[in-house]
Design a protein around this ligand. Sequence first.
Ligand SMILES: Cc1cc2nc3c(=O)[nH]c(=O)nc-3n(C[C@H](O)[C@H](O)[C@H](O)COP(=O)(O)O)c2cc1C
Length: 403
Amino acid sequence: MLENLRESMRFRSITLDTVARKLDRAANIDDLRLLAKSNLPRGVFDYIDGAAEDEEALARSIRVFDQVLFRPRVMRDMTTVDTSTTLLGKKIPLPFALSPTGFTRIADPQGELAVAKVAAARGLPYTLSTMGTRSIEEVAAVSDGPKWFQVYVWKDRGLVKEMIGRAEAAGYETLVITVDFATLGRRERDVRSGFTLPPKLGLDTIFDGIRHPRWTWEFARSEPIRFANVSGTSDDRDGTNAVALAPFVAEQLDPSLSWTDVEEFRAMWPGSFMVKGVQDVEDAKIAADIGCDAVALSNHGGRQLDASPAPFELLPETVDAIGDKSEVLVDGGIRRGADIAKAVALGATACMGGRAYLYGLGAGGERGVDKALGFLHDEFERTLKLIGASTVGELGPDWIRPA
Ligand SMILES: Cc1cc2nc3c(=O)[nH]c(=O)nc-3n(C[C@H](O)[C@H](O)[C@H](O)COP(=O)(O)O)c2cc1C
């Protein structure tokens, strides 16, 4: 009887490593989100999770993937499935690149370094933000994978050009100009929580800190969080002069930015060039005409204009208009490998995503990021097998139907 009992019982192996134990129980990106929510102080989690105003753009960008289903084909030999593709002339193992996210160190002390390392190990492009909390050079030192640098164009063009020069010298391959930032979107969760960047441990946050002792301990003992690339002025790169987000953006954001400036950046960058934040086919045409190698359809994860279209929805007309000139990427709302397959079927060369890996980072640091990217990769591969497509190149509009 004992023998029978032993056979019918199965226990998970017990580990004292609480992070590993929690990550083991996560089944998808949403589970990582919940783990991040329980690990991080509320204001920090809301800064990552939240979006502008009523957060409709964010909700819509996620929901829109449910409006499309596959047309699965069966009885095809699925013994070998190849999930790799070519993006901007480079072979990558999955049609996915990591979007730039500022202030990554608020989720984990390693911040951008943890994310860049995992991306490199998985062979996926990592985009470092202008608002990164690790410098261009620090990230390059830990990553031999494909690296992209994202630029917010500040009034101080000298500072911007200096950063671009540093990115080129450090071996970044692609320059990404974010074009949906004429002013900072109003993220109302941050208004309510009084959250500031860099975060401050004041009386109002102490209670939250007590409830999240691991984060608070790590935050208190780590070097101060700073904009590693734009600290103070261009000759103050050591970050001793940490700059706060809201006043810096208010002072430095250049609302006069136009396509002429983008053309100028295009001309000065020798590598691949992308604009991120295009939300209309007419702008996509302009971007393609001025020589952008790629256009990322994006509403900044719903953090800027709330009444903006879901990027996924813009795919067919954009690919139709510029697909022969530029690669088209979709950024926003990617939570499943199946979302990537749907976007590629509609003509995207690849997808980009921010929160998916940030939830992983908040859930379990570097291991959590790996878990997040692993979910997306496994789900994408499983989707290809279940719909009967053995390569990424086979995907096309015939593979999907409206829900
Ligand atoms: C916490 C956070 C910080 C971000 N910071 C930047 C940034 O510095 N530069 C930028 O171009 N986009 C930034 N974004 C937008 C992302 O690059 C990307 O467009 C968005 O996250 C995509 O939506 P998803 O999070 O649903 O994948 C940020 C997004 C988040 C969530």
